[in-house]
Write a protein of this length. Structure first.
Length: 90
């Protein structure tokens, strides 16, 4: 396996793990949303859980993209997209 192929395989594995983590986080959020008391007292936290999963999925998409630079334009989370527009600002 060439170095480029080895790197690509590692990036694909990282992307797969990010997708798995996003699914696990979404499942956690769904479980917490089954309790009305948790929703009533922690709606902001539940929204944060969802945002974490979304960011992980978009990062995985970038890692698997043929052209990650072009794929930045498809990111659906504006705050994440903005970080790539000004990467040195953070």
């Amino acid at each position: 396996m060439t170095d480029d192929a080895h790197i690509a395989a590692h990036l694909t594995t990282v992307a797969d793990v990010l997708h798995e983590l996003a699914s696990e986080i979404e499942e956690l959020g769904t479980t917490l949303c089954m309790d009305p008391a948790i929703i009533a007292h922690h709606v902001g936290t539940l929204q944060s859980i969802d945002l974490i999963a979304q960011k992980q999925r978009w990062l995985a998409t970038l890692l698997k993209a043929d052209c990650p630079l072009s794929a930045v334009n498809t990111i659906g989370v504006e705050a994440l997209k903005a970080r790539f527009a000004s990467p040195n600002a953070h």
